[in-house]
Design a protein around this ligand. Structure first.
Ligand code: AMP
Ligand code: ZN
Length: 113
């Protein structure tokens, strides 16, 4: 078995606050939130990062983004930020593909990228 914390969350071995489950995707709260709402949208499939995507993962990445839209609506977020950190040099710490959904800031609180 791959020693991956996010695979363990998918398998239910490690606890996380899961907010949404679908066939190929789960969504859970980040353990160290960087925004009032900070959710991680991940494929159940172990893909390392955007760099390791293959042609067959095209639909999967669309699903991640579409799930983000649906979850943001459910959370009543008027606006939000979506981010993939890619590789260690891009700030990626967990080597299992994940899309950050960040939101819930007050007006004027958010700084530009
Ligand atoms: P990244 O820097 O893009 O790899 O982001 C990793 C994200 O995973 C951060 O938001 C962490 O707070 C989050 N994280 C790490 N371990 C856990 C965990 N066990 N449960 C929930 N979120 C986690
Ligand atoms: Zn994994």
């Amino acid at each position: 078995m791959i020693d991956c914390i996010f695979c363990k969350i998918v398998d239910g071995v490690t606890h996380a606050e899961i907010t949404h489950q679908a066939e190929e995707i789960i969504v859970f709260k980040s353990i160290q939130p960087r925004a009032p709402v900070h959710l991680l949208i991940i494929p159940k499939k172990h893909v390392l990062s955007i760099k390791e995507l293959t042609e067959e993962d095209r639909n999967l990445t669309s699903s991640l983004i579409y799930t983000a839209k649906e979850v943001a609506e459910r959370e009543h977020l008027p606006g939000y930020r979506l981010a993939f950190n890619v590789g260690r040099a891009g700030g990626q710490v967990i080597n299992h593909l994940h899309l950050h959904l960040l939101g819930g800031w007050k007006d004027g609180e958010l700084t530009e990228v």
